[in-house]
Design a protein around this ligand. Structure first.
Ligand code: AMP
Length: 307
């Protein structure tokens, strides 16, 4: 099975209570692709500038990620600066230099046409829609968005929601889309807008999946997965995208897509997010092993297991 991610490849400047780094490889598509690469074949569609070197590309290639869809445009790669003070769950954006990302028009190589799973990372919903329509043979589409699009392009976002099977966003974003402060009610409203399942990320507290009635099998209840309490979170950047990479990657690695698979995928999402935050940038997730991932999956099970 294979999965295609469309989104940002970036250079990040990050400041956290543990220190700061400059020009580290980041971007939603990068974090997603690295995390998903432990489960399935990953293909990327993104744009970078002249400052993106073979060394940067090798970080992805070493994980077997197909980079043929990374377009090189004249100019600089997208740059993002973020800092975290007391609340490690929320980044404050210091700057966003779109650079070549401003004119991004995703181009899907023909070799990618047979991809079974699709993840639309956080980009303009109009672009997400174009990609989804072009990849009309996929088995399952996951999607992400952010407050910027929720506020600026609500109509296009609503159109995008009708085209994704699983939406993965954080709890404040769900409430913002639904104009509703109660989480389960907000979840029901967002599900009524299109997705069959909604994965709500609660930062360091885990994630909950809500299902549309009858979707992916029977059952009425949402399901919650924990997060691993980590003593030193060095850098939360990319946790959400690595979560999505673990979640979607695990689903793509299974023959079937049903509620049990989606619940286990929620655990694998948490596992990949927990690795990401242990080091700055992509440091931790670019050099893991499947054994380390499965050992941590066991810890996640034990966190919530009752005799
Ligand atoms: P996360 O912490 O999972 O929400 O993702 C952080 C990553 O998203 C960083 O590596 C940034 O480079 C990237 N990013 C930040 N702002 C944007 C944006 N407006 N559009 C696309 N990607 C972004």
């Amino acid at each position: 099975m294979s999965i295609l991610v469309v989104g940002s490849v970036a250079f990040d400047n990050i400041t956290t209570p543990s220190g700061s780094v400059q020009n580290v490889l980041g971007g939603a598509a990068t974090h997603f692709a690295l995390a998903a690469s432990y489960f399935t074949t990953v293909r990327v569609v993104a744009v970078v500038g002249d400052d993106f070197t073979a060394e940067h590309e090798n970080v992805l290639k070493k994980r077997g990620i197909d980079t043929r869809g990374i377009e090189r445009a004249p100019g600089k790669t997208f740059r993002w600066g973020g800092s975290y003070t007391d609340n490690l769950n929320e980044a404050k954006t210091d700057f966003t230099d779109l650079n070549v990302f401003e004119q991004f028009q995703p181009k899907i190589p023909k070799e990618y046409a047979d991809t079974e799973f699709l993840f639309l990372a956080n980009i303009h919903p109009a672009l997400q829609i174009t990609v989804r329509q072009e990849m009309n043979g996929v088995r399952l589409t996951g999607g992400d968005t952010m407050n910027f699009w929720i506020n600026r392009t609500p109509q296009q976002l609503a159109d995008m929601l009708r085209l994704v099977n699983v939406l993965l966003i954080n709890d404040t974003e769900v409430k913002m889309i639904a104009h509703e402060t109660n989480l389960p009610r907000a979840a029901q409203k967002v599900l009524a807008m299109g997705p069959q399942a909604l994965v709500i990320k609660h930062g360091e507290y885990g994630a909950t999946i809500f299902f549309r009635q009858g979707a992916f099998g029977i059952g009425h209840h949402p399901f919650r997965a924990p997060a691993l309490p980590i003593e030193e979170v060095q850098d939360p950047t990319g946790a959400g995208d690595s979560f999505a990479g673990g979640f979607m990657g695990y689903i793509a690695s299974q023959g079937e897509v049903n509620r049990e698979v989606l619940k286990r995928a929620l655990f694998y999402g948490g596992v990949m997010g927990s690795f990401t935050v242990e080091r700055f940038g992509t440091d931790r997730v670019q050099s893991l092993s499947r054994e380390e991932i499965d050992a941590r999956f066991q810890i996640f099970r034990e966190l919530t297991h009752l005799e």
